[in-house]
Design a protein around this ligand. Structure first.
Ligand code: ATP
Ligand code: MG
Length: 642
């Protein structure tokens, strides 16, 4: 039975409109800001959500009460009767039945919504429970003792109708990162088969935030109950891979997930010339590169990279080249400049030597600035383009990486995803990209960087491709308007009052703003295309280990000296490898040679890692055993005195 809680009222001073109505309730009615109610009138049923509350008595002025109490604050306790007090609420219309004609809300009885009313009021009946069920649970609507699941529509979350989700709120209390972790688990469980496969690519940009998604979290009974109600298994992610570049040394991974117990799914991110040249704009546009330099970069990309170049193929150089790595390119530049010097001309082909020197410096600069990620050999290691798996999470740890290298990672990964989804060659139908701290990558002001352009592009066109952006930030007002504006769903956790005073929130009532500014952890406000008004929900803690718990439970390994790093790295590929054997094998060799062999072994993952590694090292010339010179027998000195 629905609970009758009040009646609609309208006065000349406070009339009802087509989008808002008022009702009074008894003092005890379990109604609050965000409660969903149903008005039943003769010809219409109207669903609404409470957005403002008032209370007053029959007093005209505070002065009357003051005089009545003889200025004694304790007088009320002695009064023979208490003053009648009214609770008056304003509600915003969610839905009306029938939909037409759109008329002001009629007078009628007001009921507290039950489970079915929540479904109908939020228009979830269009996509939940029917033949084509695209509902993805986001949390529970918990008002007036109700615990009704609230679903997002996958067609509006992952495309094609609308897409993307943005979450905002203050640090530590808004549970932004947690919601995204929970929602990914919900999508993986509930995305229906006919929508196709889905994978997630998450950028870890803050400390150990996303580094333990495969470890169980600390859930209490209330959390577990919510998981059961929402039909989501309370388990960590099963299929997950981690990627991190090396530190500047080139052999210690630049991540906090280095505990030996967790290394089985951590892989290096290591890019060479070919990977970088495609996105050189990211690193080059920051400087004042002109059209001439651009032309030379294009020339190298189209005509030099990965093909024979030199006298053998008719080009004016002294030696034949086949440029695959930054080292080869350096060699090629040397040759080009030597040719210019020899001929005494200040041009080579159509390029001026000044431009050639400039581009060479800039390209070399990339290797030194993004050291550890960008390397000058060809032992590259990358995401599994083409074989992304359904319901898998790929976490790229860039938390400790230099900003420029971060931009490169971001730009290349997202562009490759876009290309792959466009061509249908990624391996899955949808990819959710999670970018935390979105205000850093797509700020509302500041220079128009490549990364920001790309995020704009995803938010505007990604939904047709299945490329979906889940963004989080503390202050929504600091993110580019078109990025947040194109986000079909918006979620708000505990908010800052200053932020709520910015123009983006002017549509919210003062009571809703006050509620937002004091939301407890786990409570959120959601906007979704099907809901005509923002709705408050609660979600459980994610079923994965929190970053800082993970660091305690799985402390990162100390940085290792070169020999140990190589030996342990090989052991990761093949458990049979013995550390001392590797150390003996690499003693006295050039580091670059060892590293290249090491990275090739890591990339190839051979059955016998040590044998493979050994085969990649240069043969040592067996040193001849030179016998110590025999002492020459000296005849006794006949002239020696005695
Ligand atoms: N559903 C929940 N209910 C109660 N507590 C939660 C819930 N989800 C997360 N928490 C707790 O809230 C805290 C903050 O969560 P989280 O790290 O997700 O916040 P955040 O908004 O991403 O913060 P920051 O801006 O610092 O990154 C964590 O300690 C987490 O355990
Ligand atoms: Mg966070």
């Amino acid at each position: 039975m629905r609970q009758l809680v009040g009646r609609v009222v309208a006065t000349e001073r406070k009339p009802n409109t087509t989008h808002e109505f008022h009702f009074w309730t008894g003092r005890e009615a379990p109604i609050g800001i965000g409660s969903i109610v149903k008005v039943v009138a003769e010809a219409q049923t109207v669903y609404g959500v409470v957005v403002e509350g008032f209370s007053y008595t029959d007093l005209l002025s505070p002065l009357h009460d003051y005089i009545g109490a003889d200025a004694d604050p304790g007088a009320e306790a002695r009064a023979p009767s208490t003053r009648p007090e009214i609770r008056l609420y304003s509600a915003a219309v969610l839905r009306r039945e029938p939909e037409e004609p759109v008329q002001p809300v009629p007078m009628g009885a007001v009921y507290l919504a039950d489970d079915l009313d929540v479904v109908v009021g939020l228009r979830m009946d269009a996509y939940v429970g029917g033949e084509r069920d695209t509902g993805v649970p986001l949390g529970l609507y918990t008002s007036g003792g109700l615990e009704a699941p609230v679903f997002l529509d996958a067609d509006f979350l992952l495309g094609p109708e609308a897409a993307h989700l943005n979450i905002t709120g203050v640090s530590g209390l808004a549970t932004k990162t947690s919601l995204v972790e929970f929602l990914l688990a919900s999508i993986f469980e509930h995305l229906p088969g006919f929508k196709g496969s889905v994978a997630a690519v998450c950028f870890n940009v803050k400390g150990p935030d996303l580094l333990f998604l495969d470890q169980p979290g600390d859930l209490d009974e209330a959390d577990l109950r919510m998981y059961r109600q929402l039909g989501i298994p309370a388990e960590p992610f099963k299929n997950i891979r981690y990627y991190a570049p090396y530190k500047a040394d080139g052999w210690n991974l630049n991540t906090l997930r280095t505990n030996p117990d967790l290394m089985q799914n951590v892989e290096p991110l290591r890019w060479g010339l070919k990977e970088v040249m495609q996105f050189s704009e990211v690193l080059l546009t920051r400087d004042d590169l002109d059209a001439k330099a651009d032309a030379l970069v294009d020339f190298i990309r189209d005509r030099v990279l990965d093909q024979p170049f030199g006298p053998g193929s008719g080009q004016p150089l002294m030696r034949n080249h086949f440029v695959r790595t930054f080292r080869d390119l350096e060699d090629w530049f040397d040759d080009v400049l030597a040719c210019c010097e020899q001929s005494g001309e200040d041009r080579w082909m159509t390029h001026h030597t000044a431009t050639i020197r400039k581009v060479r410096n800039r390209l070399n600069g990339i290797v030194s600035r993004a050291h550890g990620l960008v390397v000058n050999d060809d032992a590259v290691s990358d995401l599994p383009w083409g074989s992304f798996e359904d319901r898998a999470v790929y976490v790229i740890d860039v938390a400790n990486v230099e900003p420029e290298a971060q931009d490169l990672v971001f730009a290349r990964v997202v562009s490759k995803l876009r290309e792959g989804l466009e061509a249908g060659s990624i391996g899955v139908r949808h990819v959710v990209v999670f970018a935390d701290e979105l205000n850093k990558y797509a700020p509302s002001d500041g220079p128009d960087t490549y990364v920001r352009k790309m995020l704009l592009d995803i938010s505007e066109r990604g939904r047709y491709l299945g490329l979906v952006l889940f963004g989080a930030q503390q202050f929504r007002s600091q993110v580019h308007r078109r990025v947040v504006g194109n986000s079909g769903s918006a979620v708000y956790g505990r908010m800052d009052m200053d932020e709520l005073a910015t123009p983006g929130y002017s549509v919210l009532s003062p009571a809703t703003k006050t509620k937002l500014a004091s939301l407890p952890k786990g409570d959120l406000m959601v906007r979704h295309p099907h809901f005509t008004q923002p709705i408050f929900i609660r979600f459980p803690k994610p079923a994965v280990m929190r970053g800082r718990d993970g660091i305690e439970r799985f402390p990162p390994r100390q940085e290792m000296p070169f020999e140990d790093a190589v030996a342990h790295g090989l052991r990761r590929v093949d458990q049979r490898v013995r550390v001392n054997e590797v150390k003996d094998l690499i003693a006295g060799r050039e580091r670059s040679e060892v590293l290249q062999a090491f990275h090739h072994t890591q990339r190839s993952r051979p059955g016998d890692a040590l044998a493979f590694f050994r085969s990649r090292l240069k043969k040592k010339v067996a040193s001849e055993v030179v016998e110590a010179p025999r002492p020459v027998s000296v005849p006794e000195d006949p002239y020696a005195g005695d």
